[in-house]
Ligand binder design. Structure first.
Ligand code: ADP
Ligand code: MG
Length: 392
């Protein structure tokens, strides 16, 4: 792979600028979920062990280039100190002097980079100012790599640069799923709408052997093939697009799987009366809210004959029971095969992560990416500026 890791760098006695994602949820000044903080610990630990002085660069929320006191990273410091097991020097205002006073092995955190308009505009001057604070650059924020910002892009080009532990792990997992996968590869794509996932579908039909389409977006494909989907969520105006994706798949030899049976209801509520019907038999006054058991069995068969799975988007309206059944069952099938060593399973996406957590299988997948937008852009086959800037 085309990027360096911490092991390739001389960090001894060096000030190391580390771009991290610690944009954690905060309520009443307290961090309510430390996942993102916990995940940067190995990188910070290893830099200190190699004799470096980590200076953390991060954003918090969306201050849009202005100082917004409620969005100060200062409120994250206690949680950061607890996770790292050491003091963290918080640096706002004029960085230079304060950074100069750091001792070897100290850990520092700079104030929210997005307080400066140069961050989001990828300003060269701002990047140069940041570069003057250290001697090595480490990017450990895959989740911010789809944005060309000063701390993710321009800065990486100004110093010797490498991927942190978390970034390297994420890139490795993604490479095993789509870059250089063991075949056959199956992609499961669900979620609400085709319109938000057009690029993703077009890229996948070129890369995978089987594409399972579920969730609300399957309705658009079903309708495009002449099935009456009743009152289901459906983008009828995208029928032509759906047919174009299907014919591209036929050309590339990618098999597309649509639901054979579906769970329908008249209301989208917990415990709403629901029934399972064949896809052709959706009542005119009902809506499809989940895939049915035959569809799940079909997906499980495909998983069994695949070596690699990449998954984005739930198969049904998983937030409301019982419409989480297909997502749970397919997730459990994938988790079981992964545990047996028969499948490499990689998943990502905001709601997908929530659905896999709800199904209780996140830890059993090979890799679950919490990167959100960056994961989706990677699945779309796009070049991520923050990753490209690390390539040498
Ligand atoms: P991700 O955030 O993982 O990329 P999406 O945002 O694309 O996933 O999709 C998740 C949403 O899709 C959920 O809110 C879920 O309720 C919705 N969804 C899935 N299937 C259906 C369906 N049949 N009808 C309506 N909404 C659905
Ligand atoms: Mg979503």
């Amino acid at each position: 792979m085309g990027w360096k890791t911490l092991d390739d760098m001389d960090l001894d006695g060096k000030r190391v600028l580390v771009r991290v994602d610690i944009n954690v949820p905060v309520e009443d000044g307290r961090v309510t979920d430390t996942t993102r903080i916990d995940r940067i610990v190995p990188t910070v630990r290893d830099i200190r062990a190699a004799g470096g002085t980590p200076i953390l660069l991060a954003h918090f929320d969306r201050p849009k280039g202005k100082v917004v006191p409620e969005m100060s990273l200062k409120q994250i410091v206690p949680a950061l100190e607890k996770a790292l097991g050491c003091d963290v020097t918080f640096i706002d205002g004029s960085y230079g002097e304060r950074v100069g006073a750091l001792g070897q092995g100290d850990v520092a955190l700079l104030e929210n980079l997005r307080f400066n308009p140069g961050e989001e505009s990828n300003d060269d001057g701002f990047a140069a100012r940041l570069a003057s604070l250290g001697e090595v650059y480490v990017n450990d924020a895959f989740s911010a790599a789809h944005r060309a910002h000063a701390s993710t892009e321009a800065l990486a080009r100004k110093l010797p640069a490498c991927a942190g532990r978390l970034m390297a792990e994420e890139l490795g997992a993604l490479d095993r799923a789509l870059g250089n996968p063991e075949r056959p590869v199956v992609a499961v794509v669900g979620g609400a709408k085709v319109s938000t996932k057009l690029d993703l579908l077009s890229n996948l039909v070129e890369k995978v052997d089987t594409l399972v389409i579920g969730g609300g977006m399957a309705n658009t494909f079903l309708a495009a093939s002449g099935v009456d989907v009743g009152k289901s969520l459906c983008e009828h105006d995208l029928a032509e697009t759906a047919r174009a994706i299907a014919s591209k798949a036929a050309e590339t030899g990618c098999e597309i799987l649509l639901p054979r049976d579906v769970v329908v209801a008249r209301a989208f509520e917990v415990g709403a009366d629901s029934e399972t019907v064949k896809t052709e038999d959706v009542p005119a006054d009902a809506m499809i809210l989940d895939a049915g058991p035959d569809s799940v069995a079909h997906v499980a068969d495909v998983l069994k004959r695949s070596k690699t799975l990449v998954w984005n988007g739930p198969l049904g309206a998983f937030e409301i029971e019982p419409f989480d059944a297909a997502t749970n069952a397919a997730a459990q099938a994938a988790a079981g095969l992964t545990k047996d060593g028969a499948l490499i399973s990689v998943a990502g996406g905001g709601d997908t992560v929530a659905a896999l957590n709800k199904a209780g299988v996140s830890k059993e997948f090979t890799y679950v990416s919490t990167a959100g937008g960056a994961f989706l852009e990677w699945m779309e086959g796009k070049t991520l500026p923050g990753v490209a800037a690390l390539e040498r």
